[in-house]
Design a protein around this ligand. Structure first.
Ligand code: ZN
Length: 381
């Protein structure tokens, strides 16, 4: 039993991010763990975060949708969680996967406003509506409630549509255009971390400048949400482009390409990258190289370089017409137009995330897949 539960927690972990370019919703972890009506189980369990993440995936019809989870420090010692869960949440906090604060106050709503994502909450948020008009709109407050096929997200009023990718509040756009530095040497979110080009940079600073979470505003001053200290402006944040992997019409994963941080996409790229192998048919797996196409950003110019054995196709404006398909051979590079679709194999595509409004899947795979049916109810302390 313990084994399966830890696998579920690993699956949940893979859906936690504080990267403003990738997070699709913000939530208060200490609220979600107490949604006992979702499974009629213990007063609190971290497994409910998985149920809520699944509900978000179904809501946006997309695979592998990540959330920005925030927790008050008190959750790390919450006696209603199992000791294993407390340990896991502590590790997530240390790794910067979950933002842990002395007090949450209205940080969840602030993050939602700055990133342009909805808040997953059951609170009505009327005071927040007055203080933060951007999130106050009911459609941006989605409550996870029990449903026939697992929990569903409902907006109290309106249709509850998730805002379009990259639709940020003006203040969010301003804050997220800069890199911020916390004076606390070990700050996991805004730490100096020495030379970011060092091969060990990841071990010192868990969060790369490109993926830095948003600061909190204290009296209008950008501050560290964890330490409460004033942040220093460390320069412009590199430009980013969010791309989607779309296989047979289903968005499998989004990823970020930033200036100076190119990304390889392929069957199983060596040294990291976006690994497609698990989603490919046998024929596609034979055709697509381990590392197949390299995406890079130079200013606002997004380029693709073929690094494969069999070549890469580009379909201008996603055109299905084979006469319009452009072939890139090994080491050839091309700048991608705003609606160009890169084709690694038939129906194995990469393109800008904003091109595809829906994820194209009615029943995304669940982070709870490894959970035994009764895991939540019966899991003993
Ligand atoms: Zn800090």
């Amino acid at each position: 039993m313990r084994f399966e539960v830890s696998k579920v927690l690993d699956a949940i972990e893979s859906r936690l991010t504080t990267d403003p370019a990738l997070a699709r919703a913000a939530l208060d972890l200490s609220e979600v763990v107490r949604y006992a009506d979702l499974d009629s189980g213990r007063p609190a369990t971290v497994l409910r975060l998985g149920l809520v993440i699944d509900a978000l995936g179904r809501h946006v019809s997309e695979e592998n949708v990540p959330v920005y989870a925030i927790a008050p420090r008190a959750l790390l010692s919450d006696a209603d969680l199992t000791s294993n869960e407390r340990m896991v949440v502590r590790r997530w906090a240390d790794d910067g996967k979950v933002e842990v604060l002395p007090q949450i106050e209205d940080r969840v709503y602030e993050v939602a406003e700055l990133l342009g994502v909805p808040v997953l909450t059951r609170s009505r948020g009327t005071q927040v509506a007055a203080a933060r008009p951007w999130v106050g709109e009911p459609a941006r407050l989605l409550a996870a409630v029990p449903g026939a096929g697992g929990p569903v997200l409902v907006a109290r009023v309106g249709r509850g549509e998730v805002p379009a990718v990259g639709e940020r509040s003006p203040i969010g756009a301003r804050l997220l255009a800069r890199i911020w530095r916390c004076p606390e040497p070990n700050c996991v979110s805004f730490g100096a971390g020495g030379d970011t080009d060092s091969p060990f940079a990841d071990m010192r600073t868990k969060t790369s400048p490109v993926a830095q979470p948003p600061p909190t505003l204290r009296g209008g001053v950008p501050s560290c949400p964890r330490h409460g200290t004033k942040l220093a402006d460390a320069g412009a944040r590199p430009a980013v482009e969010v791309l989607s992997v779309r296989i047979d019409g289903v968005i499998r994963q989004r990823f970020v390409v930033a200036e100076g941080h190119p990304v390889v996409v392929g069957r199983a790229p060596e040294g990291g990258g976006i690994m497609l192998g698990q989603w490919l048919t046998d024929d596609a797996r034979k055709w697509i190289s381990r590392g197949h196409a390299l995406f890079a950003l130079d200013g606002d110019r997004l380029t693709v370089r073929d690094v494969s054995t069999n070549g890469t196709g580009i379909r201008p404006a996603g055109s299905p017409d084979d006469d319009e398909r452009i072939t890139l051979n090994r080491d050839e590079t091309r700048t991608l137009g705003s609606t160009d679709v890169v084709e690694l194999y038939a129906n194995v595509n990469v393109g800008r995330a904003r091109m595809w409004a829906t994820g194209g899947v009615s029943q995304p795979s669940s982070v709870m897949a490894e959970a035994p049916t009764m895991a939540i109810r019966k899991f003993e302390r």
